[in-house]
Design a protein around this ligand. Sequence first.
Ligand code: ADP
Ligand code: MG
Length: 396
Amino acid sequence: MKRTLASLDPTRLDGQRALVRVDFNCPVKDGVVTDDTRIRASLPTIRYLRERGARVVLFSHFGRPKGGPDPKYSIKPCVRPLETLLGVPVSFLDNPLGDDAVAATRRLPRGGIVLLENTRFFPGEETNDADLARRFAALGDLYVNDAFGSAHRAHASTAGVAQFLKPAVSGFLMESELKYLGEAVDRPKRPFIAVLGGAKISGKIDLIEALLPKVDQILIGGAMACTFFRAMGLQTGNSLVETDRLDVAKALLEKSGGKLILPRGGVIAPELKEGITTLTVPRESIPPGFAVFDIDPATMKDFAERIKSAGTVVWNGPMGVFETPPFDQGTRGVAQAMAEATERGAVTVVGGGDSAAAVAQAGLADKVTHVSTGGGASLEFLEGRALPGVAALDEV
Ligand code: ADP
Ligand code: MG
């Protein structure tokens, strides 16, 4: 178990400088944040610290600047939305490694907030350089990691810094991610069902391998299913198939002990176009010149029934090209079934950037138990890998 912010004596936070790694890697257009979801997700931790008199020093990566500072990737656009959400001023430190930086953090009033410039502007961030980690550490009296979405990377701001700044604890967002994802895979209420989809099986082979011994069933959708179809000797027309993964798909089917449940058929079209006329065919009859872009309604119904009778459901990867209607139907059906399962008392967890977007698009984000904010990180967590940003935190 990792030490949490909530477990620290709150009276001792007064006046302390809390160095908080957040994930403010928000989409921006023309210098304006277009989606503040990630900033919102960090608010409980920031508010908790402020209300207890801590001086809050926030830092995060932002985009992928190549080799040093690049004004295009300044994190400054996050200041305004943060001020609006919190209703208090937030200052900005464009050179957190400068001579005056430590003094600037000490000058903050109790409950004051400063945001540091993009961590990736500093050489050594991505190589987890000890010297940089030490300089980050000098900016706080305790370290709080609330950036679950970055925890699968061993960077100076996510891993290294925790060696030099104690206590090193998880923030509220990090804590809930670890709780929900952890409980789902370690102590699942049964039946435990995983729903996997998305474009490729290549990125999810480790996930399938890791989940097979733990789950009761894995429901497969998305283009991934077509690679399995081909491995079974079926024709798949123009569907997206990873021909270099047919052997792996075959091996997975053989060792799955019947746990891998594939779609009965698909919704097909000659091309991917919004509003195009579609056909529904059984998986044995995918004609040449057509591609599968969604699971068929019969499969959707079958998957929905299975999901609704589950104790735990973990979902990663959409069932079809949900961005292009009418190929969003299968994904919507699964999202709806997840919501109904939750209402019946099941634990339902959504991981993966596109799956999270699909659930939000269906308006069901608050009808499931947990939507993970970390795409890559949630995938690695579910694969059973240790996340460096989590491993670096204090153990209780
Ligand atoms: P996540 O981000 O939730 O982990 P992935 O990134 O693995 O999900 O997969 C999402 C992508 O898979 C989406 O862009 C979706 O359009 C695509 N996809 C799903 N089904 C199909 C299909 N049948 N053919 C082509 N692409 C598909
Ligand atoms: Mg994705």
